[in-house]
Each structure stands twice: as C-alpha cells, then as structure tokens.
Design a protein around this ligand. Structure first.
Ligand code: SF4
Ligand code: SF4
Length: 410
C-alpha cells in the first residue's frame, strides 16, 4: 500500500525537490538534531520513498513527519519552490488514514469537531475563566500547563458572528471578519482592536453568521476530512466578500491556502489585519503617532513570516504607534508553539520556547509584539507575567486612544 487518499503529496510536488540542501540551515529541527531525516530534504525523500512503493506509511514514517513544525521556513529559501507545507499536510492526512496511533482520534475530535462548535468552545472557555479566578489554573499539570500562557478570560464573551459595524466617516468598502474558534473567547481584545481600526480606517465590518474555525489545526494534524468540512462552511459564509480579514497569523495563512481545499475565491480575498492596517496608514487615514520612547521586541510568527511572507507590515504599524522596535531573532526560528506541537513534542517545543524567551530577555524589552495567538501563549508561558505580549494592532490601537485622550485634554 502506498498513498490511499486524494490529499497525498503529488508526484509533481515531490519531484520538484532537487536535493540541493539550501533549506537545511533554515530548518530548526535539522539544526537542533543534525539529522537528515529531521530536515525538509530528508522528509521529502521519505515521502518519495513511500510514493514509489519502496517504504510504507508506518510508525517510523509517522515519527519523521511528526517532528516537523510545519513552520515553512524551508519554503521561502527553496529555489525549486517546493510547496512543502502542502506536501506535509498531505503526508499527515495519509498517516491519519493508514495508521491508528494513540491519542490521534481524540485530538482530531477536538481539532476538527469541538473547535467547530461555538457552544463547546465557549463552555470550555468558561471553565478556564473559573479556574483562573479560583486558582485552580495554577495547579494545572501536563498539557494543561500551557494554559498558564492565556490572558485572563472574561466569564462571558461577546458574540462577534452576526454583527455589523458601520465605518467611521466615508466608506472604503465592506470587509468580512473571520471570528475563528478560540480567538473570540480567548483573544476578544484583538477582535475589538481589529474592528476599531478597520472602522476608523473607513471600512464597514461584517462578521458573517455560519462561519467557523478555519480548520488550520485539523489540517496540520492530518484530519483532512474534518478540515475540509470546516473549510466548506467558511467558503459558504464568506461567499461574495471582496475582502476577508483574519487577525491570527495561523488562521490567515490557512485561509490563503483554501485554494487547496476548494476555496479559490476565499484564498484570493483573504488579508491579514497587519496588511490592511499598514495599507490604511500608507493612505494617511490612520495617523502616525509620535515616539512614546518605549521599546517593543518583535516576534515573527512563522505563519506570518514564512507562510504569508509578511515581514515589514507589523514593523510599519509599531513604528506608527511610536515604538522603538528591537529585533529578537535574526534567524527567525519557530517559537515551538506550532499548533499542537506543544502536546505532541513537548521536549522540542520546550527547547524552542526557552530559546525564544531567552532572546527576548536579552533585548531588555518587557513588551513583545506577536501577531499569532499560539506564539503569544508560548511566549507568555515561558516569559511569565512580568512581560506583556500583545498583537501589533492592539499596541497601535492603545497608542491611538492615548493620543486621542491627550488631544481632548489640551
Ligand atoms: S516546515 Fe520547518 S521544521 Fe518542517 S522541514 Fe520545513 S523548516 Fe523544517
Ligand atoms: S531547498 Fe528545496 S529543492 Fe533544495 S533540498 Fe530543500 S526542498 Fe529540496
């Protein structure tokens, strides 16, 4: 038995690798292990062996694929433009179909079903909010320890889907907001900043009913059938919108990949919020604020920097907010959050998380900008409560409000 699903890596994808090795120095798992099978080239070679019938989809193959962070740092340096992220999703879909591995069914149920059910996500979030207030969260163990990186959750979260917010001033157009799964209850402050800046920049914002989790976590874990169902719901909810805005780098990257999941139009329409706010700044419809004298360390989420190739825009926004930007990682390594990686590979995730946190400490900044919720969780659980981690657009929105207040007091 070789490949058995339509999602498997294709011959064209695999044959496009010319084995040059240029990706190797950019791959965190290869750099940490020195092992060819932990490199992009080694993983593609393993996929080719299975495709040719020389190897099986077995536990060894699953381990080789499972150690990959899916950070896609290899993609941006590849001269042959190998679509590594797509091929890896296909390989994992095959593993999920052909092998029964412990814990996977339950994980897929959580990622592909529960995250798509708003009621259950809200119920779980209520439980976390109560645990945070009662002190129970401090004695969390195992994978639940990661929840220490969460912001303090509200007992009740506002509902975003189904809402419409009119623009302030002349309208540029209408955008659809992806409300996501945990973004709504866990990161409502990012949604609030998103809506406020879009409105001030002249957009009417709609959060269409019927939308759901983008399906990125399910797709990355090989739950292709469930990921397709989630994508289909979003493709229908966002039908007809010229612009769909995501404010989590992982979700934005996955929506832009919907072309691989039957949603070409949504792929084309999707923009990350940092792209849109940077564009509004360029037109002068949001102001440049004066230097506030504070430093901000900037963390590039892999799904912003590599999957979406967005590097300058968050910096543009932070400069406009008056911050002095400190770079933390010239090599741009993944922080180790990587979707469910903290659960599936806790040791490697811990090592990468510690490395990133140490780099932040070395800068001396106590404020960190990150445009992805998973990275925020990872950074906060490694840095502790002395540090503030926030989305770049939250920092700009806060600076804008402070500037408004100053103007009123004058
Ligand atoms: S996606 Fe990241 S971890 Fe995986 S092979 Fe590419 S660079 Fe390495
Ligand atoms: S850089 Fe691209 S072509 Fe070269 S080994 Fe890596 S994946 Fe293959």
């Amino acid at each position: 038995m070789v490949w058995v699903t339509a999602d498997a890596p294709t011959k064209v994808e695999l044959d496009s690798c010319v084995r040059c090795g240029l990706c190797l120095p950019h791959c965190p798992t290869f750099r940490l292990t020195g092992d060819e099978t932990a490199s992009p080239r080694g993983r593609l070679a393993a996929m080719s062996l299975v495709a040719n019938g020389d190897e099986q989809v077995d536990a060894v193959f699953a381990d080789v694929m499972g150690l990959c962070l899916q950070c896609r740092a290899c993609e941006v340096v590849c001269p042959s433009l190998v679509p590594f992220g797509r091929a890896m999703e296909g390989a994992r879909a095959e593993i999920a179909t052909q092998l029964s591995l412990p814990g996977r069914k339950f994980r897929h149920f959580l990622l592909g079903k529960v995250l798509g059910m708003r009621f259950l996500v809200r119920l779980g979030s209520l439980g976390i909010a109560i645990a945070q207030r009662s002190g129970l969260s401090r004695i969390a163990f195992g994978p639940l320890k990661r929840l220490a990186g969460l912001r303090r959750l509200p007992i009740l979260t506002g509902r975003y889907s189904g809402n419409v917010w009119e623009s302030m001033g002349p309208t540029r157009g209408t955008v659809a907001l992806l409300t996501g799964c945990v973004m709504e209850p866990w990161f409502s402050a990012v949604h609030n900043a998103t809506v406020e800046l879009l409105r001030r920049g002249g957009y009417r914002v709609e959060a269409p009913e019927g939308q759901t989790c983008c399906g990125a976590l399910a797709a990355h874990d090989g739950a292709a059938v469930l990921a397709k169902r989630l994508a289909a719901r979003n493709i229908s909810a966002f039908d007809g919108y010229e612009m769909v805005v995501a404010n989590s780098a992982g979700c934005g990257a996955h929506l832009k990949d919907y072309k691989n999941w039957g949603g070409e139009a949504v792929s084309k329409a999707t923009r990350d919020i940092v792209e849109v706010v940077a564009e509004i700044l360029d037109t002068g419809d949001l102001p440049e604020l004066s230097l506030n004298g504070k430093q901000v360390a900037i963390q590039d989420p892999c799904h912003l920097r590599y999957a979406q190739r967005i590097i300058e825009e968050p910096r543009r926004i932070l400069r406009a907010a008056g911050y002095e930007i400190v770079e933390i990682d010239s090599e741009g390594w993944c922080c180790g959050a990587a979707g469910t990686y903290t659960l599936t590979h806790p040791d490697m995730s811990e090592e990468l998380g510690k490395r990133k946190a140490n780099q932040v400490r070395e800068t001396g900044a106590i404020l960190v900008a990150s445009a992805n919720p998973g990275c925020e969780l990872q950074l906060r659980s490694h840095l502790g409560s002395d540090y503030r981690i926030a989305h770049p657009i939250e920092l700009y929105r806060d600076a804008l409000r402070a500037s408004d207040e100053k103007a009123v007091l004058k």
